[in-house]
Design a protein around this ligand. Structure first.
Ligand code: RP5
Length: 171
C-alpha cells in the first residue's frame, strides 16, 4: 500500500465488518481518510506487526481496533504503536460482547486503549472520538466536530406527551 490515510481501522474477522459500517460512515462525514483491514491478533500476529509498522510509515495517526470474544486486537495494536488506539468491543458470542469489553478496557498501566461501547454505537463513537482527537491539531476538523455538536444539539424536544408515542405502554 502506498496511500496515506489518517485513520486505520483493523478488525479481527470479516464477520466484524457489517457492524463497523457506522464507523466508516462517520469518518466519511468528517472527511477523514481511512483504510480498513482484517487482521486477527490471534490468527495472524506477525501480519499485524508488519501492518502497524507499515501504516505508521505511511502516516496513519490513529488506530481503531474492533474485535469480539477474547478481543486482544486493540491491546496488541497499542503494544505495537505509540499512536492513539480506540477499541471497539463487538458482540460476537455467548457473553453478548461483555467478554470483548472487559478484554479491551482492562489494559495494564502504560499500554492505553480508549474503549467505547459494545457494537454499532461504539463503532460510531470510535469515529467521533477519532475526529475529536485529530481535531486538536486540525482546524478544519475542529470546525466539523463543532458543526456536528451544534446539529445534534438541535434535536431537543420540549413538552412531549409520552402517551402519544406508539408502543410505549408495552415497554
Ligand atoms: C474475534 O473473534 C473476531 O474479531 C470476531 O469478532 C470473533 C469471531 O471471529 P470469526 O470466527 O467470525 O472469524 O477474533
Amino acid at each position: 500500500m502506498t496511500s496515506s490515510p489518517t485513520v486505520a481501522v483493523v478488525c479481527g474477522s470479516r464477520s466484524d465488518l457489517p457492524v463497523l459500517r457506522g464507523c466508516f460512515d462517520v469518518l466519511d462525514r468528517y472527511g477523514i481518510a481511512w483504510e480498513a483491514s482484517v487482521i486477527s491478533a490471534h490468527r495472524q500476529p506477525d501480519a499485524l506487526g508488519n501492518y502497524v509498522r507499515d501504516a505508521e510509515a505511511r502516516g496513519v495517526r490513529l488506530f481503531i481496533g474492533a474485535a469480539g470474544l477474547a478481543a486482544h486486537l486493540p491491546g496488541v495494536l497499542a503494544s505495537l504503536t505509540a499512536r492513539p488506539v480506540i477499541g471497539v468491543p463487538l458482540d460476537g458470542g455467548a457473553l453478548g460482547g461483555a467478554d470483548a469489553l472487559y478484554s479491551i478496557v482492562q489494559m495494564p498501566p502504560g499500554v492505553p486503549v480508549a474503549a467505547v461501547a459494545i457494537g454499532s454505537a461504539g463503532a460510531k463513537n470510535a469515529a467521533h472520538l477519532a475526529a475529536r482527537i485529530l481535531a486538536l491539531s486540525d482546524a478544519r476538523l475542529a470546525v466539523a466536530v463543532e458543526a456536528f455538536r451544534a446539529a445534534q444539539a438541535g434535536g431537543a424536544e420540549l413538552g412531549v406527551d409520552p402517551r402519544s408515542e406508539p408502543g410505549t405502554a408495552d415497554r
